[in-house]
Design a protein around this ligand. Structure first.
Ligand code: ZN
Length: 462
């Protein structure tokens, strides 16, 4: 059994459900389109990625500070950012089957058809519904922001929005961060959190969902330093992809966005794409947003948002480099990249059978080690419980499992990506050692129980 791009998503989605990573949302009520529940392992995997990000880009740097701003902000902020006016998707409806499509997606699909003439721009004229061949309506623009009402009255004065990105909160908090943190340019403001977009297009599992989590940095610098800061952050993003997520660099595409295709305020944008099983699509992005956001918020808030250079006495409106990471897409890329099937020896000497394994980087694995007594009798349960407690007290995420054959228990841990299985056997009560099995190398090593916590901690650091 081998994994092909065609079968990979189905294998992944079924493993995620079977093993408690990701479930269909609202399933007992018949589901809810594009919504997913992160189960216990999925939530921990996601948290481990978020923690690794915060650790790397906030705690270990002197030039980035973290904030946590609200999902519902003063709606003026979205007027200033341009989201109320222009954050729209062009939509068309089929008059016959009533399905709704994104016009740009229909155009893309047409442009990808054989015989397409690049010189001739495609348009929707004469295009029929791809599902039933019915007539399409004219294009209408549909704002992607979720609207809600604040307070007890549902009228226009109480309209507010769920944030469509985390960035807005950081621009709005900039004045207070500037005034309290005594940071010199260049420096960044970081935030992780949920953002909301009323997407109509089907999602490809957790790739596109109406609510999703972002990890973003607004890195403020003098205008002349922006190109250098952009390069530095692009380098940081490349290092994150290979060092933390352990994605093969050949599976990641860095796409420089041409002048004509960039947002008008952006001086440079690079899309970072991953080769998902369903195609090469966006993972992250980085943009030089110039002073667009701060100048707009300055104009709308009437507050002075400039930075006073303590050395030169100059007042400057900083430029902003914005590296953005999608957290759910990070989870998806990590799962897709590290899902594997190999041949594992069975209990019978010499035999091998296919084994499904998630080769997650140990730092990201939801469970670091499983403690498995070979049998319950002979005091092995007690020995194994004591070892599991000891590892937990050292802050290592451990699972204890004594039910079923050892082969089945290994198999379960392989599928949830546990890097090490510790087997407590008849020798353990005698010499206080246990066997540590490596998920990838499939090697077994006898280690004194007293040393196992340090042995694992050392491997989590690399
Ligand atoms: Zn139709």
């Amino acid at each position: 059994m081998a994994i092909t791009p065609d079968t990979k998503m189905d294998l992944l989605i079924s493993l995620c459900k079977r093993r408690g990573f990701i479930f269909p949302g609202s399933e007992i009520y018949g589901g809810f389109a594009n919504s997913w529940d992160y189960g216990p392992y999925g939530a921990q995997l996601k948290k481990n990625i978020r923690d690794a990000w915060w650790d790397r880009f906030v705690l270990r740097r002197g030039d980035v500070v973290g904030v946590d701003t609200p999902i519902i902000m003063n709606p003026k902020a979205w007027e200033a950012s341009g989201h109320i006016a222009t954050f729209t998707d062009p939509l068309v409806d089929c008059k016959k089957c009533k399905r709704r499509f994104r016009a740009d997606h229909l155009l893309e699909a047409k442009a990808a058809e054989p015989g397409y003439d690049k010189e001739k721009p495609v348009d929707l004229v004469g295009m029929a519904c791809p599902e039933c061949g019915g007539t399409l309506t004219d294009i209408r623009y549909f704002n992607l922001m979720f609207k809600t009402f604040v307070g007890s009255t549902e009228d226009t004065t109480s309209v507010a929005y769920l944030r469509p990105e985390t960035a807005g909160g950081m621009f709005v908090a900039w004045k207070n961060v500037r005034d309290t943190m005594r940071k010199r340019l260049p420096f960044g403001i970081a935030q992780t959190g949920k953002a909301f977009r009323n997407e109509i297009t089907p999602g490809n599992f957790i790739f596109r969902t109406r609510e999703f989590e972002q990890m973003e940095i607004e890195y403020l610098c003098r205008p002349e330093d922006a190109p250098k800061a952009f390069e530095a952050w692009l380098g940081e993003m490349k290092a994150w992809v290979t060092d933390v997520l352990k994605l093969d660099p050949s599976h990641v595409v860095y796409r420089e966005i041409e002048d004509a295709d960039r947002a008008f305020y952006s001086a440079r944008t690079v899309d970072i794409e991953y080769m998902y099983p369903f195609g090469t699509k966006e993972l992250y992005g980085i943009a030089n947003r110039t002073d667009y956001d701060l100048s707009r918020h300055q104009e709308y808030s009437k507050e002075d948002l400039r930075y006073l250079d303590p050395e030169t006495g100059e007042h400057i409106l900083p430029f902003v480099i914005e590296p953005t990471w999608g957290l759910d897409r990070s989870v998806l890329a990590v799962l897709a990249e590290h899902l594997d099937i190999d041949d594992a020896p069975t209990a019978d000497e010499g035999d091998a059978e296919p084994r499904m394994v998630l080769r997650l980087p140990p730092l990201l694995s939801p469970v670091k080690a499983a403690v498995l007594p070979l049998q319950k009798k002979g005091g092995l349960s007690e020995e194994a419980h004591a070892l599991a407690d000891r590892l937990r007290s050292e802050g290592i995420a451990v699972e204890y499992d004594e039910s079923g054959s050892i082969g089945k228990r290994y198999r379960r841990q392989d599928e949830i990506g546990t890097p090490w299985c510790i087997t407590v056997d008849a020798q353990t009560p005698e010499d206080k050692t246990a066997t540590v099995r490596d998920r990838d190398a499939m090697t077994q090593e006898r280690i004194p129980i007293a040393d196992i916590a340090a042995w694992i901690a050392e491997r989590l650091r690399t």
